[in-house]
Design a protein around this ligand. Structure first.
Ligand SMILES: Cc1cc2nc3c(=O)[nH]c(=O)nc-3n(C[C@H](O)[C@H](O)[C@H](O)COP(=O)(O)O)c2cc1C
Length: 258
């Protein structure tokens, strides 16, 4: 399982960096492969609203973002970390998010199945920190994160936010916050690993039933072009044999992307 951490603060080693690093350590402890994306290492041009992506789902701006698209798409879990800048995410994070308009076009205009219902289901999580105690201080960032994750077929599974944290590294004075970040990273991996919803296809010709992410051209058993009926089942995420009877799943364990 791949977990992508997006470091959205320009202040290296700052509060959100510390929290995200902790969450990624938690994910690593559960065996996830972690990819760290420090946005200050990249030059991302803001979206030009040229609609050059409308027909193809590909952004026409050939800058560092081209190296980031594949990393977004490879991830199973995405954790976006950003301090609050003027009631939203930083410009660094927003530039990346706005450039995902190309993925929006790929999903909703080009209707690329890899970003549709049959495509990979991801999970998205937000980490944010703000200096003030404003009641609504995270609302803008949460909404932005939700719509960013939606484009990536990532279910928004929650956020970890802390108010009244301003100076660089101040969050280290709150060990419970560090612990919560670590646990959030662990949980993101554990919850996704428990069960994965998968479609099984049953061949109308020979009744052979098999799992596949998209409808196949021919039956792998009888090699006939035939119609397939789909049966939803739950398989262990390890990819091992067998599937889990959904009735055995506790309600809270059921995937929410049904
Ligand atoms: C440009 C800028 C805008 C900010 N806007 C807000 C804000 O609207 N509300 C708030 O509570 N804190 C605001 N802050 C404070 C940061 O969110 C806070 O210092 C945070 O801890 C920084 O996290 P970091 O160390 O990960 O960069 C702002 C800071 C900067 C530099």
């Amino acid at each position: 399982m791949k977990v992508l951490g997006i470091f959205g603060s320009p202040r290296r080693g700052g509060n959100t960096d510390i929290l995200l690093e902790e969450a990624l350590k938690g994910a690593e402890e559960e065996g996830a492969e972690v990819d760290r994306l420090h946005l200050t290492d990249f030059a991302i041009t803001p979206c030009r609203e040229c609609h050059g992506c409308d027909q193809t789902g590909e952004c026409v701006i050939l800058d560092d973002m081209q190296r980031i698209y594949p990393r977004l798409l490879e991830a199973d879990v995405i954790i976006l970390a950003s301090p609050i800048f003027f009631y939203g995410v930083t410009g660094w994070a927003k530039a990346l998010i706005d450039r995902c308009q190309a993925l929006w076009a790929r999903k909703y205009l080009v209707k690329d199945p890899s970003l549709g219902k049959e495509g990979k289901r991801r999970k998205g999580f937000l980490i944010a920190v703000a200096a003030t105690k404003g009641e609504r201080v995270f609302e803008g960032a949460i909404l932005t994160a939700k719509y960013f994750f939606d484009v990536l077929n990532a279910e928004y599974v929650g956020e970890l936010v802390f108010r009244k944290v301003e100076k660089k590294g101040e969050i280290l004075g709150h060990p419970e916050a560090i612990q919560q970040a670590f646990e959030a990273g662990r949980r993101l991996v554990l919850e996704r690993r428990e069960v994965r919803r998968m479609t099984q296809w049953k061949c109308s010709n020979c009744s052979y039933t098999f799992g596949a992410d998209t409808v196949p051209d021919r039956c792998p058993s009888c090699n006939q072009t035939c119609t397939f009926s789909d049966v939803t089942c739950y398989i262990p995420d390890c990819g091992g044999p067998g599937n889990i009877d959904p009735r055995l799943l506790g309600k809270k364990d059921k995937p929410t992307n049904e």
